[in-house]
Design a protein. Sequence first.
Length: 317
Amino acid sequence: MPRPTGATCPVCKKVQPAEARICVTCGIDLATGKSILDKSGTAPANLSYAENTRPGQRSRAAKRQIVGEPLRSYWADVALAFIYPVKSGRDILTLAVIFVVAIAAVILRPFGCFMMVGRFIMNGWLASVYLTVVEQTAIAVDELPGIRWEDGPWDDIIKPGLKFFGAFICTLTPAAVYAVLMGTGILPAPFQSIIVLLVWLAGGLFLWPIFVIMFTFDATNKLLRLDLIITTIFRTAKAYFVLWCLLLVVGVCFLLPILQPILESYGIQSSLPSIKDWGFYGAVALQLFGVYLMIVAMRQIGLYYLHFKNRFTFLFE
C-alpha cells in the first residue's frame, strides 16, 4: 500500500511524509516556510534547547525538538520566560539591538507627524519581532529571533505591524467603546465608572492570547467563532487563567502610562499617572521595560500554544 504523503517543501520541492513538520533535507519549517537552520546551515539553531541534557538523552531530546515538541513542563517554561530575552550572549545582543530601535522610537515622539513614517517603521519592526517570538516559540525554538530583514518592507514591517495592532484593536474595542460612551455623555452618569472601564479592559485582555495566536498564524477568519474560542479556553482553563493573570500584569504596565491621555481626550478626569510626568529618561526607561515585558508576554503566548495545541478546537499550523 502506498505511503501517504504530506506537504511539499517550498525550497527543495521534495514531497514530505504525511506527519512531517520540517523538511529534513533543507531545514525548512513547513508551516511557516522559514528556515530553522543557523547561519552556517549545519544544524538547527533551536538544538540549544537540549544543551543541558545528558549524552544518553541528547538524541531523543533533539528528535523531540525537531518535531516541535516541548522539552520542559509548561510551568517550568512559563517561569523561564522571564529570563528568555537574556538567556544567552546571542539573545542579549539581539535584545540590545531591539532596545536601540525602541529608544529611537521614543526620540522621534516629540516631532509628531513629521516623523510619523519613521515611528511606523520602527514600531512595525518591533511588532514583527513580537509575532516572530510567538511563531518560533510555537514550534519549540528556544532562542530570541535573530535580527533580519529579508522579505521586504511589506512582509517585515507593514504586515506584522497591521497584524499586531489588529490584535490590540480586537482586545481594546470593548473598553474603547465604553470610554467613547462615557466621554460623549451618551452613557448616563450612574453607569460611568473608571472601575467598569478597567473591567472591560481586563475582559479584552482575557481574549488577547487567542487574538495574538490568530493574527500570528493568519487565522483571522476564526475571530467570530466564539464557540471554538470559548471551548478552547475551557479545555485549557487552568493554564489559560495563569496566562491571563500574567498578561494582565503586562498589559496594565504597558497601557498605564498612555491611559490617562486617552481618558483626558474624552473629558474623563482620573488620577492615573501620565506619560507626560515621566520626562525623557523616564519615557525611555518605560519604553524599554514595556518592550521587555512584551517579549516575555509573546513568549508565554507561544508556550501556551506549544504545550496545549492538542486541546485546541482548531490548529493554526
